[in-house]
Design a protein around this ligand. Structure first.
Ligand code: GBH
Length: 483
């Protein structure tokens, strides 16, 4: 499929990593002094998570972390992107730290350092301490202030061990899936609150970066966004305007304040019927805009939209569980069309060229901004088979290998064309708790057997190890063990 030519050359120091998130892998939800988060709560709402799954045990990484660091070492990756569970280190979201929780991350980071693996640490991958949600969650400003205090505390406790601080993972999901469509925690369906959450997440980022750099002058900071690549269904002006509208809601509402110090006027106009944006206070925009050492980009697929005209129900094949409420605030007349071409088990279309476009588009708009692909990967229906020759279990996940190869080639193409991309992180190191889909979707390079927690290298893991060790793109047939 890939017509992208690549010499397989990546810049010196380019990071090859894998990524995970605390709630998706750790388990030990009520152990070691951890407090409840909004995901612990949502998992107990009947029907909220497929199969009634919860992150109570997940991959049991809290107990198996040393083994998992061994896997990273064997993979030969130069970096690992992990997240800190806020409610593990500060159970109430405010107030005293939980020493045992801090110690867990200190040990993990030390083990990574011993193996020479660069840690990218995300402070917030969706697991808000429940007490803060009870006080209003991301819809209120105080949550942004609490986040900055938490960030400062982490910088103080773990600062010397962290290579790059990422404040937030995908605030789009936190705001719109958490507060508008409600398919993610805290499961609220209040569009006005979702817009307030957008701003308070942006503000939380800015306040946290400032706090981290007050503790550690010159600390490397970033944020990770799930920027959407939109395609118009036709060349019509109406469809181009639909792209403008959703691009505003998904991309520019974050990029604008973070990198340019302003909210897009068209987004504020489009949503005027929902909110007057009075949550943006004087001085906020200066706080939100902090220099970013890296802008993290998560990319999985592209999205095709059309302006809805006519009768009946607009098409909503937007890759989410069908819900009564759309995550797209004040955009009921935008249709989300099924994309042509191959799909993953999530139903998401496979379109590597979208990643090249995304990176090059960012490079054109923000030429001096360093970038990293902080997540990319695919869920497929893996099967375990026995390999009689080697006497081990195998997962011949050819489709995942092809997906990864084509997307890594897409990154190479962006670099060739001038984008400053510092690293690539495969999502995910291992199968894990896929949010509203529970354990039904598998994104891992390593297979996790539930409930034993046993890890098995998929062919994609062997393939990725060859890439990480050599910095050159192996062929798909080079997946699987040879020695
Ligand atoms: C990431 O979310 C998460 O960071 C990670 O925790 C998760 O496990 C992983 O990806 C896999 O899902 O509404 O048409 O725009 C990605 C979430 C998926 C949200 C694609 C936006 C596009 C559908 N994104 N989705 S649309």
């Amino acid at each position: 499929m890939s017509t992208i030519s690549t010499t397989g050359q990546f810049p010196p120091g380019f990071l090859w990593g894998t990524a995970t998130a605390a709630y998706q892998i750790e388990g030990a939800a009520a152990e070691g002094g951890r407090g409840p988060s909004i995901w612990d709560t949502l998992c107990r709402v009947p029907g909220a998570v497929q199969g009634g799954d919860t992150g109570d045990v997940a991959c049991d990484h809290y107990h198996r972390w040393a083994e998992d660091v061994d896997h990273l070492d064997r993979l030969g990756v130069s970096a690992y992107r992990l997240s800190i569970s806020w409610s593990r280190v500060q159970p109430g979201g405010r107030g005293p730290l939980n020493r045992e929780g801090v110690e867990f991350y200190r040990n993990l980071l030390d083990a990574l350092r011993e193996r020479g693996i660069t840690p990218y640490v995300t402070l917030y991958h969706w697991d808000l301490p429940q007490e803060l949600e009870d006080a209003g969650g991301w819809a209120v400003r105080e949550t942004a202030e609490a986040f900055a205090d938490y960030a400062r505390a982490m910088a103080r406790e773990l600062g010397d061990r962290v290579a790059l601080w990422t404040t937030l993972n995908e605030p789009w999901c936190s705001a719109y899936l958490g507060y508008a469509s409600g398919v993610h925690a805290p499961g609220r369906t209040e569009p006005a609150a979702a817009l307030a959450a957008v701003h308070h997440l942006n503000l939380a980022h800015g306040l946290a970066v400032r706090a981290i750099r007050e503790e550690i002058p010159g600390a490397a900071c970033s944020i990770t966004l799930n920027l959407h690549v939109f395609r118009a269904a036709s060349g019509s002006a109406a469809d181009a305007d639909a792209v403008r509208q959703v691009d505003g809601l998904a991309n520019r509402v974050f990029l604008g304040p973070l990198l340019e110090g302003a909210y897009p006027a068209d987004v504020q106009a489009d949503t005027a019927g929902v909110s007057d944006w009075s949550f943006v206070l004087d001085g906020d925009l200066e706080l939100v805009r902090q220099p970013l050492d890296v802008l993290g980009v998560n990319y999985y697929s592209s999205t095709r939209v059309r302006r809805f005209v006519g009768d009946g129900e607009p098409v909503r094949a937007d890759g989410h569980k069908t819900t009564a409420v759309s995550p797209w605030v004040a955009a009921d007349d935008v249709e989300f069309l099924p994309q042509p071409g191959p799909r993953t088990a999530m139903g998401w279309n496979v379109e590597p060229a979208g990643l090249t476009e995304l990176l090059l588009g960012l490079h054109e708009t923000y030429p001096d901004q360093a970038l990293a692909v902080t997540e990319n990967g695919a869920a497929f229906d893996d099967e375990v088979v026995e390999d009689p020759a080697l006497g081990i279990d195998r997962v011949h996940d050819v489709a995942r290998v092809a997906y990864l190869r084509d997307h890594v080639a897409a990154v190479a193409a962006a670099i060739d064309a001038g984008a400053d991309v510092r690293g690539y992180f495969a999502w995910s190191l291992m199968d894990n708790f896929e949010w509203a889909y529970g354990f039904s979707k598998r994104f891992g390079l390593l297979r996790v057997d539930y409930p034993t927690g046993e890890r098995t290298w998929k062919d994609s893991a062997y393939w990725y190890a060859r890439l990480a060790r050599s910095g050159r793109l192996p062929a798909v047939f080079e997946a699987g063990p040879t020695d």
